[in-house]
Structures are given as structure tokens and as C-alpha cells.
Design a binder for this molecule. Structure first.
Ligand code: TRP
Length: 339
């Protein structure tokens, strides 16, 4: 009972119809965080913008486009593995599982999982995404899956997991695809996995999609596509700051910069200042001074070896069930449980 009261305080509930409802934190909570996080990220010597801020409506649309540029192999590779594992995954799903997705975006890959859950008594989907794109993708899913009900959470992963933890007793299959985990720093990633683990009940399952270490040229071109969609996506975060925090970034004074750091096994993405410049970010109370060639860090995308994936999940306490790969060993999907 208490939980419901607590939720109502922090989240606003929107009931669209009997099959679709979603929860969103009160606006003031988000806005304050955005202005503050930008201020602390850019108000220091090594400047950064947290990647979760990429995903406003425009950013989420651009990201969907990235997923289909020829150089960006992860999405289509992960889809090919999902198609292969469908029948095998079913053997782990003997009872009624609710599907929970972290960072659901357009929910394209979700369909591949829903397709083999349709034999269950009830089909329930719980997307958690920072972007409102969730409401549109949910409507489309409801049209295509007649016995599906959806409860969406428009919030950060952490917020969504916290929400889920006290929700009910039903078993959850939590999926986290697209190697989004690689976007955390190693420390934050570890804390995140601990949070997932703490959210899970015994018997719950977690499926995580992770990109693997491979040739540097393949990796770098995936984040420097020839159409420039990734560049647009990276630069879009500055437009968002302009719009929402009353700032005056001139996008022409920046370029997209993405390189593979072999030692740390990660793509590092930056916005590079092309001139000496000064930018006012009113709502963050900040005057940002940048020198020519100075970098603002916007994202890491870590790449893994299989042994590292297994060690990491094992350290957190998960029990390893299975790892699936594509033929070229470009990408991996690993299923673990909490015992
Ligand atoms: N999780 C995706 C990845 O690391 C996110 C991503 C792909 C991304 N391309 C990007 C994020 C470009 C920012 C910019 O591959």
C-alpha cells in the first residue's frame, strides 16, 4: 500500500486505455536534474555531457537512423542472434514471465522476444525509457499483439528499476540490448548491474546484449558513418541544451570526433570545439569557455571479450545460463539468472 502512495508522489500516472498505462516523474524533478548535471559536467576542467541526454525526441529518432546505417553492425547483428535464440530461450521460460526492457526505444527488437512469449497466459510488457518515444512504440505494439498489456516508465534505468522492485510478485525477464551497458563507465556499469541484481527476485532472468572487441577499423567506422548520422546525433545534444536550458551553442563551431581506445577497449566520443569560444548556458548558470580543439566527452562505448563478460556477471552474483553469438563473433547475448 505504502509503495503505491510513494509512487503517486513521485510519478504521474497516465491511463491511455485498459491495455496501456505509463508513469512519468513530475517534470520539475527532471528539469532540475538536467540543468544541474550540465552545470557540473561542463563546469570543470575535463568537460563532459552525460549520454542519457542524447535521447530527446529528435535524438531518439536520430539514434533509430544510426541503427540502420551500413557501417553500424551492432543492431542488425543482434537481431540476427535474437532470431536464432528464440526457440532456445523458450526453454528457460517455463512460467509466466513479464518482459521488462531497459532502454526500449522504438521496441523493434522487442517483437522478436514477444513473438515467443505469446503462448503465455498473460503477455505483459514493461518498457523503461528516458524518452517519450516509448508511448508511440507502445501503441504500435498493442495493435500487433492482441493479448498484450503495457505499463511504461518514462525515466532513467535506475528510476525504472526502483519502480519495478516494489511493483508485484510476478517473475520478470529483464532485457538490456544494443550494448547500451557499454555506455557506462566501468564503475557505474558495475553499480548498475548490482542494481539490476537487487531488483530481481529469485528465478528472474536477465538478458544482456554486448558488443565484442574486434578490428579497430570496423569499430571506428561504425561510429563515423559516411552519411554523418552519428555526427548529427552527437551534435543534437547541443541543440537540446540550447532549447531547454537557454544556451547559445553554435553547432557550426563543433565537430563530431569518435576514436577507438585499444587499451581501455572503448570507442570514445567527443564534441570538438573548432574555435576559441564562450557559451552561455542560462539555466545552468554557466559561462562555458572552450579553446580551439578542446574536447567535450559525450560517450564511451566499451567492447568486451567473452571471458570479461562472464567474469563481470559472475562477480555481481548472477548465475550464467547461456551466451549466444553470431557467426562472425561480432556481438553477444548472455542470459543469466538470480538464484
Ligand atoms: N549503445 C550504442 C553503442 O554504444 C549507442 C550508440 C551507438 C551511440 N552509436 C552511437 C551513442 C553514437 C552515441 C553516439 O553502440
Amino acid at each position: 500500500m505504502n509503495n503505491t502512495l510513494q509512487k503517486n508522489k513521485e510519478y504521474k500516472k497516465f491511463v491511455v486505455d485498459s491495455r496501456l498505462q505509463y508513469f512519468k516523474p513530475h517534470a520539475t524533478k527532471i528539469e532540475k536534474t538536467f540543468a544541474e548535471e550540465i552545470s557540473s559536467g561542463l563546469g570543470t576542467n575535463s568537460k563532459s555531457i552525460h549520454p542519457k541526454f542524447f535521447y530527446d525526441k529528435k535524438g531518439s529518432e536520430l539514434f533509430e537512423k544510426i541503427c540502420s546505417v551500413p557501417e553500424y553492425y551492432p543492431t542488425r547483428t543482434e537481431i540476427s542472434i535474437l532470431k536464432k535464440l528464440q526457440s532456445e530461450l523458450s526453454s528457460y521460460l517455463d512460467e509466466d514471465f513479464r518482459l521488462v526492457e531497459l532502454g526500449s526505444g522504438s521496441s523493434t527488437k522487442t517483437r522478436l522476444i514477444l513473438d515467443f512469449l505469446t503462448s503465455q497466459k498473460t503477455l505483459e510488457y514493461f518498457p523503461i525509457d528516458i524518452s517519450e518515444i516509448l508511448t508511440e512504440s507502445s501503441e504500435e505494439l498493442l495493435n500487433d499483439y492482441q493479448n498484450l498489456t503495457i505499463t511504461g516508465i518514462i525515466d532513467t534505468y535506475e528510476g525504472g528499476l526502483e519502480f519495478l522492485k516494489t511493483y508485484d510478485d510476478k517473475s520478470n525477464l529483464i532485457i538490456f540490448l544494443g550494448s547500451s551497458f557499454g555506455n557506462f563507465s566501468p564503475i557505474d556499469g558495475y553499480k548498475f548491474l548490482e542494481k539490476v541484481y537487487a531488483t530481481m527476485k529469485p528465478g528472474d532472468l536477465f538478458l544482456i546484449g554486448l558488443d565484442l572487441v574486434k578490428d579497430k577499423t570496423i569499430l571506428e567506422s561504425a561510429y563515423n558513418d559516411s552519411e554523418g548520422v552519428t555526427a548529427k546525433f552527437n551534435l543534437n545534444v547541443l541543440s537540446r541544451i540550447n532549447d531547454e536550458l537557454d544556451a547559445d551553442f553554435n553547432l557550426q563551431n563543433f565537430s563530431h570526433h569518435a576514436i577507438y581506445n585499444e587499451k581501455d577497449q572503448r570507442i570514445e566520443m567527443y564534441l570538438k570545439s573548432l574555435v576559441d569560444q564562450s557559451i552561455i548556458i542560462s539555466k545552468s548558470d554557466l559561462e562555458l569557455k572552450l579553446q580551439k580543439d578542446e574536447l567535450i566527452h559525450t560517450e564511451y562505448s566499451h567492447k568486451y571479450r567473452l571471458s570479461q563478460i562472464h567474469d563481470l556477471l559472475d562477480d555481481v552474483g548472477f548465475e550464467l545460463k547461456h551466451t549466444w553469438l553470431d557467426d562472425k563473433k561480432y556481438f553477444s547475448l548472455t542470459l543469466v539468472s538470480k538464484t
